[in-house]
Design a protein around this ligand. Structure first.
Ligand code: NIG
Ligand code: FE
Length: 390
């Protein structure tokens, strides 16, 4: 079964073979384009005038099509919410990592069914906003049983699952005892469900030596590493991620020149999470500085009940453009191809022959409208692995 999606006013491909100069160069735009989808893959891309015949035809009516968003950082397996904490922050209370323990208590008390239905609701919410690939972390269980079941639940929703036992040290244990648990029995239980290992390297969570211990233990068991770092203040986390050659280091809000140099030299992706700064009233990360230095930048939602309860990649794109010095094209690339790099994936984030047919149709003539019309539900159609899901 093949489908011809034609009448595309602007097709964002991110295909390196189609990129060029100018502000939109990096996103490889094809104008007046068509795409043929066969099964779950892209079979043909080019000018609509040259398109081959297909079993079915969909007319985009001159609107824009882009690759599905790749949200490379989220925490969707949890119970309860922290709206009260958010309201208190907006009245002047500072964000602190300790709020995580509130969600841990609610998560431990929830049934598997409650956790699965909450996470599924958020994945569906993401899909409706154009996210076709999402990474999901554990980290609100913090016992062997609760981390294992969080990951098993995440695994039913995505192949990109991340073991974040090292989120905070739970009450009733010392950091030393807890790191031993995270790198021992908890890791034993996590490896069968997880692709990635992560740690929260921050004041109030884990220091750089503890984060290194956790990452190396996971990597020895075949997990790939990623890291939360430099969210609440400067520190050595970003350089640790670069030294270990991790795929991505996430937050990167407080950076020194040595961090930017290390990111550029290592190829580790800097994943920026502007929903966090929106929701914590901290300064936004300086994407311009990173891009100008030649660092690969991704954008992700960090969807979680504490620091960023948004599931919307269009919202993150708009924030990145308005608050972080990114052009619309840079932000769209970071939210698609950048996310794919951060997950070490080459089958998503780019529209080219043989890649996954994950596409978003906007109710707008170009990608610029994602930032130009913030807060407007512009996602009019979504195809995931070639299947229309919206
Ligand atoms: O990515 N930084 C650590 N973890 C989450 C916050 C979790 C929470 O506050 O519940 C984050 O921002
Ligand atoms: Fe996070």
């Amino acid at each position: 079964m093949s489908t011809l999606l034609t009448g595309i006013g602007e097709l964002v491909t991110n295909d390196p073979e189609r990129t060029g100069d100018g502000p939109d160069g990096r996103i490889g735009v094809v104008e007046r384009a068509a795409v043929v989808v066969e099964g779950s893959r892209v079979a043909w891309i080019g000018p609509a005038a040259d398109a081959p015949a297909a079993d079915a035809v969909v007319d985009a009516g001159g609107r824009a099509v882009l690759p599905g968003f790749v949200d490379s950082h989220s925490h969707l397996v949890f119970a309860g919410d922290r709206a009260g904490e958010f309201a208190a922050r907006m009245a002047g209370t500072a964000y602190a990592a300790g709020g995580i323990r509130t969600t841990v208590a609610a998560t431990r008390a929830a049934t598997d069914e409650q956790l699965l239905s909450g996470a599924r609701r958020l994945v569906d919410e993401m899909l409706r906003q154009g996210t076709t690939t999402v990474e999901v972390k554990s980290g609100y269980g913090l016992t062997v049983r609760d981390e294992a079941r969080s990951l098993a639940i995440a695994r039913t929703l995505t192949e990109e699952t991340t073991y974040l036992g090292a989120h905070v040290v739970p009450e009733g244990t010392t950091p030393e005892q807890y790191v031993a648990l995270v790198t021992g029995p908890m890791l034993d239980a996590a490896v069968e469900h997880a692709r990635w290992v992560d740690a929260f390297c921050e004041r109030g969570a884990f220091d750089v030596d503890q984060a290194r211990t956790v990452l190396l233990a996971g990597m020895e068991r075949g997990l790939r590493g990623r890291l939360h770092a430099n969210q609440l203040g400067p520190g050595p986390g970003v350089r640790l991620a670069c030294e270990l050659g991790l795929a991505a280091v996430d937050h990167c809000t407080y950076l020194e020149d040595a961090d930017v140099d290390a990111l550029r030299d290592s190829g580790t992706v800097a994943t920026l999470l502007p929903g966090v700064e929106f929701s914590t009233r901290q300064p936004y990360p300086d994407a311009r500085r990173l891009l100008d230095a030649g660092v690969t930048v991704a954008l992700a939602s960090d969807c979680n009940p504490g620091s960023s309860f948004t599931s919307s990649m269009p919202f993150c794109v708009a924030l990145a453009v308005r608050e972080m010095g990114m052009t619309p094209a840079e932000a769209v690339w970071a939210a698609t191809a950048g996310g794919a790099r951060a997950l070490d994936r080459d089958d998503v984030g780019v529209l080219a022959v043989g890649r996954r047919a994950d596409l978003v149709l906007l109710d707008a003539p170009s990608h610029v409208h994602l930032a130009y019309r913030p807060g407007v539900p512009l996602v009019a159609g979504v195809w995931q692995r070639g299947r229309p899901v919206l």
